[in-house]
Structures are given as structure tokens and as C-alpha cells.
Design a binder for this molecule. Structure first.
Ligand code: SF4
Ligand code: SF4
Ligand code: SF4
Length: 150
């Protein structure tokens, strides 16, 4: 079973998770982090918790980390940040195909998605990686599923 996890790209664990191998060793699959998430983005896959941004965003409330008593998720007070993931926009993004759209920008509370004017087409969405927190709030609203958090 563990060989399966290590063969594929690691799933997105909840914030403040240990590095994947250490996480799998520490997590007892108790499920304590799942029900405490106010935005319900933590799901269980093969017994372990993963974040599914199609369900919503992470508010970095820290409830999941506080619920983990096995050390698989560090506490929200940890000097280590919650994660290093950022939003990425694929070529399927509507403005890149000549269709006006700013939906993702409307959902980003830190204005990390900028729309650069250009000749001959609508402004193109671009992520400012330095500002992006990886919260995932932009993922579900995108009408063409062009945003991934990686
Ligand atoms: S920090 Fe809060 S919102 Fe984010 S995954 Fe954990 S419980 Fe959910
Ligand atoms: S919501 Fe989706 S299609 Fe619209 S600009 Fe953002 S990434 Fe592109
Ligand atoms: S992941 Fe969050 S912070 Fe980053 S661009 Fe999307 S909404 Fe903005």
C-alpha cells in the first residue's frame, strides 16, 4: 500500500503537514483533522487526509493542525509556514482563448491574480507567486478548471 503512495506524485496534505514520507509515518489515519475543517476541504483517500480545493478554500484557521495529536500536522503556531504551494493557471484559461473572464481574480482576497492588458485580446490572468498563499479560493470558481494548486 505504501509503495503506491511513494510511486505517484504526493497528494496535497493538510496545511502544516510533515514532508510526505514523515507524514505517512506519523499519521495514524485517525481522521481527527477531517470534521474540524470549517470549509470541508479535507477528504480521506485510502485512509489518509488530503485537501481537495474543488470543495473550497483553506482559511488557515489551524483547526486541522490543532486536532492532530500524532505530530503529522505541526501546529499553526509553528515557525514553518502552512505550505509552499501556489496557484498555476493552465492554457485553457478563457482570456488566453480570447474570452473575457476575471472570476478567479474576484475570489482572491490577496489580489495575487493580476490581469495584464494586451493588444488583440482580453487581459490575461497571471499569478503573482510572491503574493499567492495557495489558499485555493480561486480553484472552484474557474468555469474551465484552469487553476491547479501545486
Ligand atoms: S487550516 Fe482550517 S480551513 Fe485549512 S484545511 Fe485546516 S481546518 Fe481546513
Ligand atoms: S477564472 Fe479561470 S478562465 Fe477565468 S481568468 Fe481565471 S483562470 Fe482564466
Ligand atoms: S490560491 Fe488563493 S492566494 Fe493564490 S491566487 Fe488563488 S485565491 Fe489568490
Amino acid at each position: 500500500m505504501r509503495g503506491d503512495f511513494k510511486a505517484r506524485r504526493p497528494p496535497q496534505r493538510p496545511p502544516w503537514a510533515l514532508a510526505e514520507e514523515a507524514f505517512l509515518d506519523a499519521c495514524t489515519r485517525c481522521g481527527a483533522c477531517v470534521p474540524v475543517c470549517p470549509t470541508r476541504i479535507i477528504v480521506v483517500v485510502r485512509g489518509y487526509p488530503e485537501v481537495d480545493f474543488k470543495r473550497g478554500e483553506c482559511t488557515f484557521c489551524g483547526a486541522c493542525a490543532a486536532a492532530c495529536k500524532d505530530g503529522a500536522l505541526l501546529t499553526a503556531e509553528s515557525p514553518v509556514g502552512p505550505w509552499a504551494i501556489k496557484a498555476q493557471i493552465a492554457e485553457s484559461c478563457l482570456p488566453r482563448r480570447g474570452v473575457e473572464c476575471r472570476i478567479c481574480g474576484d475570489h482572491c482576497s490577496v489580489t495575487a491574480i493580476r490581469f495584464s492588458p494586451r493588444l488583440g485580446g482580453p487581459p490575461v490572468a497571471e499569478v503573482d507567486a510572491a503574493s499567492c498563499t495557495g489558499c485555493g479560493a480561486c480553484v472552484a470558481p474557474c468555469p474551465v478548471n484552469a487553476i491547479s494548486i501545486t
